[in-house]
Ligand binder design. Structure first.
Ligand code: DGJ
Length: 739
């Protein structure tokens, strides 16, 4: 019973297990009545239509009691008395942008339709998923808009996207099309939470109070970006990780997007997400459609942890695809920070030899293996092996890796071209550019024009050639600069503002082709670290390189922010060298490992320079992680504490029998008390506690120092007191096992 439409066809109630979302129709307008904790069937008309003074423009001469500027609208169009940010703005043949979209029909369907050409969450047989499609028509222009609402009942998630169909005889221009717009009537008691950053400082959580103005979170860079993640939350001021109401919108898209939070003079809040209208326009020909990307919306009254659980479960089970969706992820060793561009076959073999002794599972050859690439100035686009470095080619190195019982993985940056490359010499027009402007370089490279089908095909064919002829089991798909001089040689002047969206559609076509053809390969996306950590990329590649910043201290806040929407299994987390290459900080191996261990753990350091003691440590760490990784990667993550000095995460195993508490401290301070933290979430029962020394623990049978059984209620309420360690950057792991 996910969707109920009343007899008068003027109220629709969308249910999930714990939430309700209510729409109403008033004089043909689609209104937003409610979104929040689950309601019983609301019988009364819920949107108050208030008498307005005659100073307010009003769209209906026969009923002057309201203005659209006041009503909570679900698909606000432009030009008829609502002065707030619209959800749709067209440019019509007569040059105007004014539309009057009225509700025409409702349709219900089981399951969930695909969003053509775009990534989206999906339903499987037996899922409680239903879709409502509301048809709205602007009579004057003959443009129809279909609002899709898919209800994932057991996930407490509603997804939305819009299809705009041109049923007129002429082209129409879309110059703004949001995927979702929600009006909270007379309610602005919110704070906005967003995740900003830059390279090596991704997804730092910002929380701001919402004033009577428009707040915009967006990307104009051609990628979802390091700067702002397409996740924007509205929460009550009292909401914490542990308790309170929170609303989330997260866009399944990897390019320019915009989120709007607007509070008007009547204390109402408009909350929107969709494609960025900045430098955007889309021409729809007669009979054709335009689809917006999908927004994943969730509400929780159980704090940010409740919200994250909804996102994590959905993304893990109904966004990520392929055989790795449900599989434990292998422990990889990547050579980037070990060698950068400076390697030869012998160096790689030496690393592989140690990795094999340490029982790692995948060796990943990073940047520098192709063309003449000895620095970041050349060869992107020339996807053939550099025989000076690897005389026996990829065949030799991949066979060697396999002979040492590791799978072979390879790095690509397919979306780019170096100015110094054969590809650029041959096809100088294949990059994004605008005639009359010089081409801005980023990391000495240009962005290929993925809006072109010939360029898409070149990328597909180059990758195909390599993937089909080598035993490659893992691919790291990198992308290291943002777009400039956005323009495409093949498009008409009137279509130039479509380029950045066409690029993303082209990218998705390439990703779909390659990942479906090579479904046995584990793909990891990357963008100068975590510059495209978004649900769009996760649809094709079930893990993302979280950040180039692998410092064990900085990484905690990056992984903390990332965990708001994205499950720990999706977060690539590597143990790297100390002093750290990005920040120069020295942190011991145990803490570096504990930082990676709460997520999808791997390695990125020169194994050949480790001492035998360090190798012994690593061996233990790897064996231990393999033993617990099913619990860690598929368990439920709780953020139980975070301030500038300390952070604690807890992961509950799928069977709720083991709880892993990761406790991380920053700089040490003298003369402080030990920290006691309630664990809040242990399921009922008695628990034995084990402090894990990851250097020595491997087997389950390590003796408990303390055989005391603690009741869950005690640990949840009073808490656990962590040891005080007299050094900076302490890390501790405790396992609470239910008896
Ligand atoms: C940026 C990535 O984030 C790094 O991990 C590495 O692959 C480099 N690119 C290689 O150029």
């Amino acid at each position: 019973m996910g969707i109920i439409i009343n007899d008068k066809q003027n109220r629709i109630h969308l249910f999930t297990e714990n939430t309700s979302y209510v729409l109403e129709v008033f004089e043909g307008e689609l209104l937003h009545a409610y979104w929040g904790s689950r309601l019983e069937l609301p019988e009364a008309f819920m949107v108050p239509i208030e008498n307005m003074s005659s100073f307010y423009p009003n769209p209906n001469g026969d009923n002057k009691t309201y203005s659209l500027d006041i009503l909570p609208r679900e698909f606000p169009d432009f030009g008829r008395s609502d002065y707030r940010n619209p959800a749709i703005r067209l440019r019509l043949e007569d040059g105007s942008s004014i539309t009057k979209f009225h509700v025409s029909s409702f349709e219900l369907s089981k399951g969930k339709p695909v969003v053509p050409g775009l990534p989206a969450t999906y339903a499987e047989d037996g899922d409680l998923v239903e879709t409502l499609i509301v048809e709205l028509i602007d009579d004057k222009s003959s443009i129809h808009a279909y609002l899709y609402y898919s209800i994932f009942e057991t996930y407490d998630v509603i997804t939305r996207h819009v299809q705009i169909v041109n049923k007129s005889q002429t082209n129409v221009l879309v110059d703004l099309a949001m995927s979702a717009s929600v009006d909270f009537y007379g309610d602005h008691d919110f704070e906005m939470i967003h995740f900003n950053g830059s390279w090596a400082r991704e997804r730092e959580l910002s929380r701001v109070s919402v004033s009577k103005s428009t707040h915009i979170i967006e990307s104009r860079r051609g990628a979802s970006s390091h700067m702002q993640n397409p996740l924007v939350l509205l929460a009550r001021p009292s909401t914490t990780d542990l308790t309170g109401d929170v609303y989330g919108m997260n866009l399944v898209y990897s390019g320019n997007y915009k989120a709007v939070v607007e509070v008007n003079s009547y204390d109402s809040t408009r909350y929107q997400m969709g494609l960025n209208d900045f430098d955007f326009e889309w021409q729809i020909e007669p009979g054709k459609s335009f689809f917006t990307p999908e927004v994943v919306m969730t509400f929780s009254n159980e704090g940010f942890n409740g919200m994250s659980y909804n996102y994590h479960r959905l993304y893990q089970n109904r966004l990520c695809r392929g055989m790795y969706r449900d599989k434990e992820r292998p422990i990889l060793i990547n050579n980037w920070e070990a060698t950068y561009f400076d390697f030869d076959a012998q160096k790689i073999k030496d690393i592989v030899d140690v990795a094999s002794d340490l029982e790692m599972e995948v060796f990943v050859l990073d940047d520098g293996w192709f063309g003449k690439r000895n620095s970041d100035t050349t060869s992107l686009g020339d996807w053939y092996v550099n025989k000076d470095k690897l005389p026996d080619g990829l065949t030799g190195i991949s066979r060697y890796t396999e002979s040492k019982e590791l799978s072979f993985g390879l790095w690509f940056e397919p979306e780019m071209v170096s100015l110094e490359s054969e590809l650029y010499k041959k096809h100088p027009d294949w990059c994004l550019h605008t005639e009359g402007h010089s081409r801005s370089e980023g990391r000495n490279q240009l962005v290929l024009d993925l809006s072109r089908e010939d360029v898409q095909n070149y990328i597909i064919e180059s990758l195909d050639l390599i993937l089909k002829s080598h035993p490659i089991k893992y691919v790291k798909w990198d992308m290291n600069r943002n777009m400039t001089e956005v323009g495409s040689k093949l498009l008409l002047a009137s279509n130039q503002r479509e380029v950045s969206h066409r690029y993303i559609l082209g990218l998705y076509r390439i990703l779909e082709t390659i990942t479906q053809k090579y479904s046995h390969i584990l793909f990891e996306s990357c963008s100068g670290g975590g510059g495209r950590f978004d649900p769009g990329m996760l649809y094709y590649m079930p893990q993302t390189w979280t950040s180039d910043n692998t410092d064990a201290h900085d990484r905690i806040s990056i992984q903390y922010g990332t965990s708001y929407a994205y499950p720990q299994i999706t977060m690539g987390a590597h143990v790297s060298m100390s002093p750290n290459h990005q920040v120069g900080r020295e942190i011991d191996l145990e803490r570096r490992t504990l930082t990676a261990m709460m997520a999808n753990m791997g390695y990125e350091l020169d194994l050949t320079v480790l001492t035998s003691h360090e190798c012994e440590q690593l061996k233990n760490h790897i064996r231990y992680y393999k033993r617990i990784r099913r619990d860690i990667q598929f368990g439920r993550l709780y953020r139980i504490h975070h301030d500038e000095k300390r952070t604690a995460f807890m992961i509950e195993s799928e069977d709720q029998k083991r709880y892993y508490v990761f406790y991380y401290r920053g700089l040490n301070r003298p003369n402080i008390t030990k920290m006691t933290l309630p664990l809040y979430y242990l399921s009922e029962g008695g628990y034995q506690i084990r402090k894990i020394d990851i250097d020595t623990v491997i087997e389950d049978s390590i003796p408990h120092e303390d055989e005391t059984v603690y009741p869950a209620s005690y640990l949840n309420k009073k808490g656990y007191t962590f040891d005080y360690q007299k050094h900076d950057f302490d890390g501790q792991l405790l396992v609470f096992t239910k008896l």
